[in-house]
Ligand binder design. Structure first.
Ligand code: 5GP
Length: 217
């Protein structure tokens, strides 16, 4: 059975550039990451593809999934549900692949409760003015929604202390390299690999004992 993959929770305020950084990581990495496509009840934006950017669904269908225990986490964010379907994440981790979640902070904190050995990375803007500029620049949200997202961002940045790593998104290529280094290093943590070496030592002991016994006979 392959070793279980790492669950990488990539989070941070809306507009900070999580999607851009994630896409660049996937494009430029030799590493085998799988992206968990989230489910949402928000309106599909022009250019978004159902099943690739999100699984777009209704509130009723989303609430059914919550009731059935089929979501790893979910949050209500600016009037809409967003969540991570559980089955895909478990199956992919079991196949030994790392899974990348790109989610907001309430959801990330739920994952931390359920999967404490996940890798929790907070992507932060260099400053709030830059964040507002990015949200307005997208041209997809009304001023009210932008203000709501900015208010939320302030609360979210305060929760950075719950994460393992803070990565500033000053320049996309720098943020990408920082995240890749974190994931690489996480694979070498002793608590993740020690089981493999304990097995190796035990197998060697038995093999050498058998060898020694064979020579004596
Ligand atoms: P947007 O509407 O801009 O696509 O997303 C709004 C916020 O929801 C972003 O911060 C985004 O990362 C977050 N989000 C996307 N998918 C999920 C998810 O599955 N769970 C949670 N908790 N947040 C998500």
């Amino acid at each position: 059975m392959p070793e279980r993959g790492l669950l990488i929770v990539f989070s941070g305020p809306s507009g900070v550039g999580k999607g851009t950084v994630r896409a660049a990581i996937f494009e430029s990495s030799q590493h085998q990451f799988d992206y968990s496509v989230s489910m949402t009840t928000r309106q599909q934006r022009p250019g978004e593809v159902d099943g690739k950017d999100y699984f777009f669904t209704t509130r009723e269908a989303f609430e059914e999934k919550i009731k059935a225990g089929q979501m790893l986490e979910y949050a209500e964010y600016v009037g809409n549900y967003y969540g991570t379907p559980l089955e895909y994440v478990n199956r992919t981790l079991d196949e030994g692949k790392d899974v990348f979640l790109e989610i907001e902070v309430q959801g990330a904190l739920q994952v931390k409760e359920k999967v404490p050995d996940g890798v929790f990375i907070f992507l932060t803007p260099p400053d709030l003015a830059e964040l507002r500029g990015r949200l307005s620049g997208r041209g997809t949200d009304s001023l009210d929604v932008i203000n709501e997202r900015m208010e939320k961002a302030r609360e979210e940045i305060k929760l950075m202390s719950e994460y393992d790593y803070a990565v500033v998104n000053d320049e996309v290529h720098l943020a990408v390299e920082r995240v890749k280094k974190i994931v690489e290093a996480e694979h070498f943590r002793v608590d993740r690999v020690i089981g493999r070496y304990q097995n190796m030592v035990e197998m060697t002991t038995y093999a050498s004992e058998n060898d020694a016994n064979a020579h004596c006979e």
